[in-house]
Design a protein around this ligand. Structure first.
Ligand code: C2E
Ligand code: MG
Ligand code: MG
Ligand code: MG
Length: 280
């Protein structure tokens, strides 16, 4: 019935859809004020060296603690900001916050590395994004290797020329670039011969999620071998159990990130954790 009416150009009023649209519009229009008032926070999820158990760095993940709507997850607001053309504003705020934190830690004699996320649109709409990172690095007096730049696999597939150019520029400036969510999309194997990356981030959830577990492990073990064979290092993400960590460790996977080790945490907690290093 609904389909029929659509064909004729009618559409039934769908309150749920209307609500969603209204919420999205609200999210986008409230971003500047949310940045200003500190509702947008940067949390850190520690990354661990499997062999030593020591923290090697962290991924910066944004959090929206809205006074009006409670916590809004990145999975919800990031696509909205991308559609509204506002993702670069959010990301610039996140990167600036991260660089400020890195500078403070450097001054305290703790040289940490942080991975930041880039949206495909940050690059496609701002071809000079590498210059932006250079400016940040100079301003906060950071070593370029302290910033690891995560670009999701699908970006490499959808806008390959632009993304590859930016990757090369960032690497030439000394930043580390890693492909996020490797294995979640398609055609990424072919992409690996087009671009040099510092690291590949394997998301265990994509690999072990459904299907035959034994087959999943076999695929994983060959993926790790293949990535190492082309001279790229690996960080596994979404590691939730000791069993997973030990299996990845036995394959030679050097770094790991996931709820088994640490969940994302507010900056003060991360600061405390790294001030008194402990093994996991
Ligand atoms: P991502 O970059 O792949 O980040 C990893 C996500 O997995 C994070 O979700 C993290 O909290 C979650 N995670 C980490 N370990 C585990 C685990 O063991 N189990 C499970 N189930 N989840 C785990 P989060 O923070 O909700 O972020 C979701 C996505 O939103 C990110 O995926 C990233 O694509 C995007 N995102 C987050 N912050 C930013 C940002 O500042 N800028 C941009 N452009 N995107 C961001
Ligand atoms: Mg990421
Ligand atoms: Mg990921
Ligand atoms: Mg992701």
């Amino acid at each position: 019935k609904v389909r029929e009416s659509k064909k004729e150009g009618f559409e039934f009023y769908n309150p749920k859809q209307w609500d969603m649209g209204r919420k999205s519009a609200g999210i986008a229009s409230r971003l500047p004020a949310a940045i200003e008032s500190g509702e947008i926070q940067v949390w850190y999820q520690p990354q661990v060296n499997y062999k030593t158990g020591m923290i090697t760095g962290a991924e910066a993940l944004c959090r929206w603690k809205s006074k009006k709507d409670g916590n809004i997850s990145p999975g919800e607001f990031i696509p909205v900001l991308e559609d509204a053309g506002l993702i670069y504003d959010l990301d610039c705020h996140v990167w600036d916050t991260v660089c400020k934190d890195l500078k403070r830690w450097n001054d305290q004699g703790r040289q940490l590395c942080v991975s930041v996320n880039l949206s495909r649109l940050d690059i496609v709409k701002n071809p000079d994004v590498a210059d932006h990172f250079n400016t940040l690095k100079e301003f906060y007096n950071l070593l370029p290797g302290q910033l690891r730049i995560e670009i999701t696999e699908s970006a490499y597939v959808e806008n390959s020329d632009t993304i590859i150019k930016t990757t090369t520029k960032l690497r030439e400036a000394g930043f580390e670039v890693e492909m996020d969510d490797f294995g979640s999309g398609y055609s990424s194997l072919n992409m690996l011969k087009e671009v040099i990356l510092d690291r590949i981030k394997l998301d265990l959830r994509f690999i072990t999620g459904s299907g035959d577990q034994k087959m999943g492990r076999t695929i994983l073990s060959y993926m790790v071998q293949m990535i190492h064979a082309i001279g790229t290092s690996i960080i596994a993400e979404g590691v939730e159990t000791l069993e997973q960590a030990d299996f990845l460790g036995s394959l030679g996977c050097e770094e790991m990130q996931g709820y088994y080790f640490y969940k994302p945490m507010p900056v003060d907690e991360f600061e405390e954790l790294t001030a008194y290093p402990t093994k996991k």
